[in-house]
Design a binder for this molecule. Sequence first.
Ligand code: G4P
Length: 280
Amino acid sequence: MTIQWYPGHMAKARREAVEKLKLIDVVIELIDARIPLSSRNPVIDEIAHGKPRLILLNKADLSDPVKTEKWITFFEKKGHAVLAIDAQRGKGIKKISEKVQLLAKPITDKMRAKGMNPRAVRALILGIPNVGKSTIINRLANKKIAKIGDKPGVTKAQQWIKVGKEMELLDTPGILWPKFEDEEVGYRLALTGAIKEEIFDFEQTTVFLLRYLSEEYPERLKERYKLDVIPDGVVELFDEIGKKRGCLISGGHIDYDRVSEIVFRDFRTGKMGTITLETP
Ligand code: G4P
């Protein structure tokens, strides 16, 4: 479910995230491996300040593996633990608990030094809507739990999900808002399904995608649309794709709406292969 964010929503979501953070030892920040920066919340560093953090690059099955490696290095250099995972198929899920243990070691060591028996490490998943929070919680819980819904303000009793003996996960994720201010960020969020189709311009989004693909993945474009060369201008590229796909309107003109629809759908349904929409 995608929600519209207003200042009131954002303030409330932030308050709730901060409240939940008081209960936990380690923050698990979930981002989309195809858009690692655009799927981050602008105030995450401020909200999660002082807590050890594991960054999960989810939907890595859809991202470009070469770029994913670069992103892993990028975030590691910032001092975070990082894992690329595919929550839908459960790939990488087993490593989460290990990483969380490692991040919490200073805390558990402190308990031991005080002669206490360390309790399970408590973690919380934070992320923008549709990034896969429920899917991961279900995976970690090893069962089907009802989808919680991306409604800020939906309160229910906090429960802890046991993940093995050494980790506990808060059963409701912290929902963060994406940053819409930047146009390109909006296009990336639209292309990956993080924001509703009704609220963005198909043609503009496709122009952005085609420009990016011409630069970063020209071979994929050539292959998908049987092009010999990628034309220099984006209008010419629309024309070429339109001709190949028979998107014509009266007078032999190209139907740009249909070209946009086709290219957008091809991207969304993975027909162009694994693609990452931003590079560190
Ligand atoms: P949320 O709680 O953060 O809002 O996200 P949720 O788990 O509901 O996941 C959103 C969509 O993303 C779901 O698809 C889910 O199956 C998919 N998803 C989650 N993790 C992965 C992953 O690692 N790889 C892939 N390929 N998909 C993943 P959905 O219910 O079909 O929704 P939609 O795709 O129609 O939006």
